[in-house]
Design a binder for this molecule. Structure first.
Ligand code: C2E
Ligand code: MG
Ligand code: MG
Length: 655
């Protein structure tokens, strides 16, 4: 066969034959089939040769005219041929590139050399990599490179063919998108995502096996005293990494937004961000981020100790005290800061942020414009509060609540007129919880709305049974309504629905509201009150005397009953009214006079009066003397099951 197809031989030995093929290229033996067109070569006809030539020129045309960069590289890493597209990509001329070493245009540093060596050795056929090329003007050209191995007919590697696509723009766009994903568009500060990334990094850096001692051996009780300073910044070298966080929230930002407009608010945020970034960001050592709204965070991923963080917080407060020049005016803002600093071994990123958030809240509650350091005791208390708060709704669904009833007794004749419904939580772990433990939490979380509705329905159903049982007693049930039930739900519709469902006449329902609930936000009376009164329901003001005690004003509202707070009755213990032998005026006397006056005034305004917290006979008697209408207290009965009230009703009036 040798010598039979000289032309074909030349073509098949160098499939991409060109004039500048360097010496020393491996020569291939003649092939059984053309590697370009795959035609069998045993025919040796003119036709076949023409086909081969055509295919070769097609390839050469494709190589030369391709929009994509192409280069052919020998096993010695010298460039055999490049196409104009590739040369243009890196700002060079084709002839200048031929026979240059590929490392002159491709950074060998970032070449996944191993893959390439494997390719050249014939261990793989194709690799795809992202490469940084050097443009003649010095800039970087990012490219996607696919390198294929060209073998000879016996399968030995001959050359590599690289196809190079310029992805610089795509990559720049990608960089831009990545930047946008990690930064807040308004202030350009790192955003929540980047903040969490860095926070998590601080924890995973600590988890890396660089720690000298096992974690259990770290003396956490004295975090700041085991410092062994290294270097000018005094960074502690310790086997337990510590992390610190200042959680910053501007005070009264919402008011600025509302009064001056959002664009001023935005400009203020930008100014605050700039001041924080300039004054406090320290590269890897400190990150200033915007977590959202007017919340910022300063993260110290490798803290020296608590002192460092409290000092930082004080500096932050001070830095923000200087007024801001925004939209041509001077704006003064203050900030509240929650500070948490601890060993990473004691915490997780989520807990750290949660505690910082709670601490920030304490700062606000303690009067704003201050920093507060996390206090584990206060935190533990908060934790159970939080646990209870989240457990409320599921507990309601599981039926863990019950209602107890405490009789309301007529002081004139000692009979039971009705009973107050008092909710209890039979908590599977903490036992029976009194409403003081969970009602405020339910109010905060809004769970009071479904809970209150449940109590209402349960109580009305019960009162309806009392009515069936002892019709002539006409016993009413008195149900506490929380402020949020009136503002956040359609209480009028709910009550009407419950009365309808349970069949309780409206006159046998009394609703207890505190003064502040009746007056609502801004001191305006709650509209729902009139609608409820119009339905024939009685409205009582609970805990009267602890709030504004504006009797004259209350009497103009549809209110029927005043429930005097138990604290007034406390002094009513002694049987004999009047001054002490030493002539000094007793507090009890003052209370008695106040109560007497209040009862008279209430009666004059058409209200009846109920006294709470009656614990002994003397109190009961003296309240009766002041003209109080009804009373409630342990002296008569403790809160108890509905059946206990039913029994008293039956005994009072055997129908
Ligand atoms: P409140 O409406 O002023 O209820 C009277 C409270 O005084 C009840 O406490 C009752 O057990 C207690 N008490 C009764 N007699 C005496 C006494 O002789 N001496 C003393 N020292 N205390 C007495 P409780 O049951 O712990 O309820 C506390 C508060 O929880 C209630 O105060 C009420 O404001 C609220 N509450 C109870 N149930 C509900 C409810 O279903 N919904 C709402 N929103 N609040 C409720
Ligand atoms: Mg009450
Ligand atoms: Mg009360």
């Amino acid at each position: 066969m040798p010598g039979r197809n000289e032309g074909a031989d030349a073509h098949h030995r160098r499939p991409h034959a060109n004039d500048r093929v360097p010496d020393g290229l491996p020569t291939a033996r003649p092939l059984a089939a053309c590697p370009v067109c795959a035609a069998p070569l045993d025919g040796g006809t003119e036709q076949l040769l023409a086909a081969l030539r055509a295919s070769e020129s097609r390839f050469r045309a494709a190589f030369a005219d391709a929009g994509i960069g192409m280069l052919l590289v020998g096993p010695d890493d010298l460039i055999i041929e490049v196409n104009p597209a590739f040369a243009a990509m890196i700002g060079q001329e084709v002839p200048d590139l031929v026979r240059t070493h590929i490392h002159e245009i491709i950074d060998p540093e970032d070449t996944p050399r191993r893959l390439y060596v494997e390719l050249v050795r014939g261990e793989r056929d194709r690799i795809r990599v992202e490469k940084r090329l050097k443009h003649s003007e010095g800039r970087e050209v990012w490219s996607n490179v696919t390198i294929s191995l060209i073998r000879d007919d016996s399968g030995r590697p001959l050359y590599t063919l690289a196809m190079v696509e310029d992805v610089t723009e795509r990559r720049q766009l990608g960089d831009r998108l990545a930047y946008q994903a990690m930064h807040d568009p308004l202030t350009q500060l790192p955003n929540r995502t980047l903040f969490f990334e860095q926070l998590n990094a601080a924890f995973s850096a600590a988890a890396a096996p660089v720690a000298a001692a096992p974690s259990g051996a770290v003396p956490d009780s004295e975090p700041t005293t085991d410092a062994t300073s290294t270097g000018p910044v005094g960074r502690r070298r310790s086997n337990s990494r510590r992390v610190g966080l200042c959680y910053v929230d501007l005070d009264g930002f919402a008011a600025i937004n509302e009064t001056l407009g959002h664009h001023v608010g935005d400009q203020l945020l930008v100014a605050v961000a700039a001041r924080l970034e300039r004054g406090f960001a320290r590269g890897e050592d400190r990150l200033v981020a915007r977590l959202g709204g007017d919340e910022f965070a300063v993260l110290v991923p490798d803290s020296d100790g608590t002192d460092q963080l409290t000092m930082l917080a004080a500096e932050l407060i001070k830095a923000l005290e200087q007024p801001f020049e925004v939209a041509g005016q001077q704006l003064a803002v203050t900030a509240s800061i929650g500070v948490v600093e601890r060993s990473v071994l004691d915490t997780t990123p989520t807990d750290l942020l949660k505690d910082a958030d709670a601490t920030l809240y304490w700062s606000k509650a303690d009067g704003r414009a201050r920093w507060t350091l996390y206090d584990p005791d206060r935190g533990a208390h908060q934790l159970t509060r939080q646990r209870l708060a989240t457990a409320l709704r599921p507990a309601l669904e599981r039926g863990e609540f019950t209602v107890e009833y405490q009789p309301l007794v007529g002081l004139a004749d000692g009979t039971v007129h009705g009973a107050e419904a008092l909710v209890r939580w039979r908590h599977p772990r903490y036992g029976t919880l009194s409403p003081d433990r969970f009602i405020p939490l339910a109010e905060e979380s809004g769970a009071i709305v479904p809970l209150g509705k449940w109590v209402l329905e349960e109580s009305c159903r019960q009162a309806r049974r009392w009515l069936q049982d002892s019709p002539s007693a006409e016993a009413f049930v008195s149900v506490n309504l929380a402020a949020r039930q009136i503002w956040d739900s359609d209480v009028v519709a709910d009550v009407a629905e419950v009365l309808d469902r349970t069949g309780l006449p409206p006159r046998l329902l009394q609703l207890e509201l505190t003064e502040s609930a009746v007056l609502g936000p801004g001191g305006r009376p709650v509209q729902a009150l009139q609608a409820l009164a119009d339905m024939g329901i009685r409205i009582a003001i609970d805990d009267f005397g602890t709030g504004y005690s504006n009797l004259a004003y209350l009497s103009r509202l549809p209110v029927h009953v005043l429930k005097l707070d138990g604290s007034f009755v406390e002094g009513f213990r002694d049987p004999a009214p009047g001054g002490r032998p030493d002539g000094r005026f007793r507090r009890a006397d003052a209370d008695e006079q106040i109560v007497g006056a209040m009862v008279q005034l209430a009666h004059a305004l058409g209200l009846t009066v109920t006294a709470e917290g009656i614990e002994n006979a003397a109190q009961a008697e003296r309240l009766r003397q002041t003209g109080c209408d009804t009373a409630q207290g342990w002296y008569f009965a403790r809160p108890g099951p509905a059946e206990a009230v039913a029994a008293i009703l039956r005994a009072d009036r055997p129908d």
